[in-house]
Write a protein that binds this ligand. Structure first.
Ligand code: GLN
Length: 490
């Protein structure tokens, strides 16, 4: 098996003709089939993968120029529509949906020669932080704690996207992040996860959860790979009216690791006594590293931080309730036949959606209903503006913001769920960047005393992804975190 391969590493192997793209694809497909226990993949697109790999091999043998993604085995969260490949959003209601079109991000990867191994399990319609809301069952984190044998959640909603990379079932993956769904699972699995600036990456062809917050982004082993994938998927798209007109950038070629002279803010509101000591320690280590490498660490204030989570859990369900009204059994997806139309709608939606999705639809419908609209939805929107203003003020004085990515490490799948709010708290550090539309990255920092990965987060101003990646690279190169989970699942 090919262990710990990166996009950069794959490109080099192919360039040096050490191995063919077909052999690489074949090795990954075999590995995926032997690792079913982790439940990462909903669909394995073997034929499509082999076909693309053979095309890369042909280009190589004809001495044609090949790009960095050429022949690289990737896999996508099952939220990206893929032409002729089942796309379910991990929901029963889309369990029979095969799109006749390709999302812009996956089309971009395809046109650059990527080899698509399949579609990855996630929380249903990307709603969750555990991957337990999937119709296809939970994904299991390849990491286990050293002192207990419990199976752990990989985080969510892009749990399959993270677990698959951590378990070497693909070289890198794509996820989506509405409130933390790339960064939190990356943190739970010892990987790099990047949420781009809102508008940097087209949302066209990606199943919508909360349209004003959703962004696609990479989950990868290294910052370099994140830069390569971000570059591949970014750029203006006429098909998405919120897509930015900004020209695409060469994030990979321009990557450097200098933090000299940068001012990095540490928000005092992110510190609390509840934050586990080990996370605090890694956070402090990070501050020391950045200072030693030439950055200036300054304490800052983001006064409205505590209002972000409540505002998010009004805005996201409101948008979700509207987006999900399209699943009614009429045009595509599941249809539960009944004697009349209304009953058909009701039965289809009752059977097709899981509990978490129904909860969000109910909350969303409630906060948008007349009488409650001003009290909840409008108020949440006002809070969102205040949060954005907090960041705007902070970025007048600092170049980047450094925080923990999550308030805890991976927890057992069978943890007793007292109430949904317990899970919503996972997003406490990630949600503000979504509300403000800012780019943010989670980078692995080390293992806690039980041997579980801990990630830290960097946030920069809009469209400052290059700086974000550079600072992340500085930390990565200094920390040199290169531990992989032991393969207990085979
Ligand atoms: N965990 C958050 C939620 O459940 C975020 C999900 C996401 O980013 N897609 O809404």
């Amino acid at each position: 098996m090919l262990k710990n391969l990166t996009i950069e590493g794959t490109a080099k192997l192919l360039k040096d003709k050490k191995i063919s793209a077909f052999e690489i694809a074949n090795s990954y497909i075999k590995e995926i089939k032997e690792s079913k226990k982790l439940n990462c993949f909903i669909t394995i697109s073997e034929e499509v993968a082999f076909d693309a790999a053979k095309k890369t091999d042909a280009r190589i043998s004809e001495n044609k120029k090949i790009g960095l993604l050429d022949g690289v085995p990737l896999a996508y969260k099952d939220l990206f529509c893929t032409n002729n490949i089942l796309t379910t959003a991990s929901s029963k209601i889309l369990s029979n949906f095969t799109p006749t079109y390709e999302s812009t991000v996956t089309a971009n990867c395809k046109s650059q020669g990527a080899v698509v191994l399949g579609k990855l399990n996630c929380d249903e319609f990307a709603m969750g932080s555990t991957n337990k809301t999937s119709f296809y069952g939970p994904v299991i984190n390849p990491w286990k704690s050293s002192d207990k044998d419990d199976e752990l959640v990989p985080g969510g909603s892009s749990g399959g996207s993270a677990a698959a990379v951590a378990a070497d079932l693909c070289v890198a993956s794509l996820g989506t992040d509405t409130g933390g769904s790339i960064r939190q699972p990356a943190s739970f699995t010892g990987l790099v996860g990047l949420k781009p600036t809102y508008g940097r990456v087209s949302r066209w062809g990606t199943v919508a959860f909360a349209s004003s917050l959703d962004q696609a982004g990479p989950i990868s082993k290294t910052v370099e790979d994140a830069a390569i994938l971000l570059e591949a998927i970014s750029g203006h798209d006429n098909k998405d009216s919120t897509s930015s007109l900004k020209a695409n950038e060469q994030f990979y070629a321009n990557l450097n690791s200098s933090v000299k002279g940068l001012k990095i803010g540490v928000p005092k509101e992110y510190m609390s006594d509840d934050l586990p000591e080990e996370i605090q320690n890694f956070w402090n280590d990070g501050k020391k590293i950045l200072a030693k490498n030439g950055a200036e660490i300054v304490e800052i204030s983001l006064p409205s931080t505590s209002t972000a989570l409540p505002a998010y859990y009004i805005i996201a369900p409101a948008e979700a309730s509207s987006n999900l009204s399209r699943y009614d059994g009429v045009k595509y997806g599941l249809r539960v036949q009944e004697k009349n139309l209304i009953d058909m709608y009701e039965s289809t939606r009752s059977e097709g959606f899981g509990n978490e999705v129904k909860r969000r639809i109910m909350i969303g419908t409630y906060v948008l209903s007349s009488g409650y609209y001003d009290a909840y939805y409008i108020k949440a929107q006002k809070i969102r503006s205040i949060i954005k203003n907090d960041f705007d003020s902070a970025f007048k004085n600092v170049d980047a913001i450094f925080t923990p990515a999550t308030p805890n490490t991976a927890f057992p799948i069978n943890r007793e769920e007292v109430d949904p709010v317990q899970n919503y708290l996972n997003d406490i550090f990630t949600v503000p960047a979504n509300l403000a539309g800012l780019p943010a990255i989670s980078i692995p920092f080390g293992l806690d005393n039980s041997g579980l990965p801990i990630g830290m987060q960097l946030i920069t101003n809009s469209f400052e992804e290059q700086m974000l990646l550079n600072i992340a690279k500085n930390l990565q190169d200094t920390l040199n975190f290169n531990v992989q989970p032991t393969q207990w699942w085979k």
